[in-house]
Design a protein around this ligand. Structure first.
Ligand code: PLP
Length: 406
């Protein structure tokens, strides 16, 4: 009899967002007169910017003409896009990254999930807690994480780096040396970041102990503070220890279009072996290139018009995040994030768990958010609200939450 990958069976419970959806559906069925405001899932809501749509239309037309038709794209991405990325996202910020160190893909989730397979099976991983669940789950599937402890919500072979209000959401260097360190900056779900100086400590540490930093910068476009780096390669020494993931989902609304990229510097080596060569091999074997139409769409992200349009969209979401942050502060909540991120992270009232607060907010204010405990054990006692809704709904949700406090 065939056997399945038993590591999959270790994955605990049902997925966070499906549990939320079930609870919300049950509530709406029982209360058809209520209007629910959803500030839970991290999906964008604004339509794709006109300059990008125009580029996509043109690319679609090219596909319908024998002279300009495109078949399989190069595995690693079209040169036109890789060059633009290197120039605009990196060299313009003083980062020494070249086009051939960029791997275009269909999004950051796949890359963040797949990257672990080019490292040794017994690699020890370290993650911020709370964090985007893909890093831990993809390592569970690969059999690296040991056993799950229901009570503490932790894996025996994962190094957790708590990020809470007590340490200003800045992870401490781990006592036990990891091989792979996942950093998500700006962080999902806490919305917090690291300054240049704080990130430099991690780069120096990784170089010293021989670890790789897997740096997820999916929310880079939301950074507003000067001293927060947009890329880890702004930090000296990162070329020998860091891989960076980027996405067009949150800066340009590509959550349904699908495009992202990963940067693997050629200086990142294990002895004589470059990690770049392994990722190129993996990409070439398991990925058949992102669509031409989508890569052309991404080119428009870098055009003058495109840049102006997406800047406006990011500003729209940030206005929402600020409305949440300011409104809830005024109502007496402890709120974090929302300055360099579309996510506001709040402390739930004393005596409640994250899920208690979820139910309370759903029932009393008809507002849906995400319980912090779904992002890791240190997320317990916190709650995430996102700026990805409409401004009107966001303001209404904040008003409802303020009214609850009265
Ligand atoms: N990384 C983080 C931290 C995210 O929060 C998300 C999506 O929510 C992703 C990656 C996924 O990005 P993509 O849509 O490019 O797969």
């Amino acid at each position: 009899m065939f056997q399945v990958n038993k590591n999959y069976l270790k994955l605990p419970g049902s997925y966070l967002f499906s549990t939320i959806a079930k609870k919300v559906n049950a509530y709406t069925e029982a209360n058809t007169d209520r209007t629910i405001i959803r500030l839970g899932i991290g999906d964008v809501t604004q339509p794709i910017a006109p300059a990008i749509i125009k580029a996509m239309h043109e690319a679609v037309d090219e596909m319908g003409n024998a002279a300009t038709f495109h078949g399989y794209a190069p595995d690693l991405g079209y040169a036109f896009l890789r060059e633009e990325i290197a120039k605009q996202d990196y060299q313009a910020r003083g980062c020494e990254i070249s086009a051939d160190e960029i791997f275009v893909s269909d999004g950051a989730k796949c890359d963040c999930g797949n990257i672990q397979e080019i490292f040794a099976a017994d690699s020890k991983i370290a993650v911020c807690d709370p964090v985007y669940p893909v890093y831990v789950d993809s390592n569970v599937m690969a059999g690296r994480t040991g056993e799950y402890d229901e009570e503490s919500g932790t894996w025996s072979n994962v190094i957790y780096m708590p990020c809470t209000a007590e340490n200003q959401f800045v992870p401490e260097l781990p006592k036990e040396t990891p091989d792979l360190i996942y950093l998500c900056i700006p962080n999902n779900p806490t919305g917090t970041t690291l300054t240049r100086e704080q990130l430099k400590i991690w780069v120096d540490y990784a170089n010293r102990v021989g670890a790789v930093i897997l740096y997820d910068a999916a929310y880079e476009a939301y950074i507003t503070e000067e001293n927060v780096p947009h890329s880890i390669y702004e930090i000296e020494g990162a070329r020998t220890c860091a891989i960076e993931f980027r996405s067009y989902s949150k800066n340009a609304g590509f959550t349904g279009v699908r495009l992202g990229f990963t940067v693997v510097p050629k200086d990142l080596k294990c002895g004589d072996v470059t990690v770049h060569s392994l990722w190129a091999r993996r990409h070439g074997t398991k990925f058949n290139g992102a669509p031409y139409v989508t890569q052309k769409a991404a080119m428009a992200v870098y055009s003058q018009e495109g840049k102006a349009e997406i800047k406006e969209q990011v500003a729209y979401y940030m206005r929402n995040a600020k409305a949440i942050y300011d409104g809830l502060k005024e109502a007496g909540y402890q709120v974090y994030g929302a300055v360099n991120s579309p996510y506001a992270w709040l402390k739930v009232p004393e005596g409640m768990t994250s899920w208690d607060f979820f139910d309370y907010l759903l029932e009393e204010a008809n507002v849906v958010g995400t319980p912090g405990s779904g992002f890791g054990p240190s997320g317990e006692g916190y709650f995430r609200l996102t700026g990805f809704g409409t401004y009107e709904n966001t303001v209404m949700a904040v008003e409802r939450m303020k009214a609850l406090k009265k």
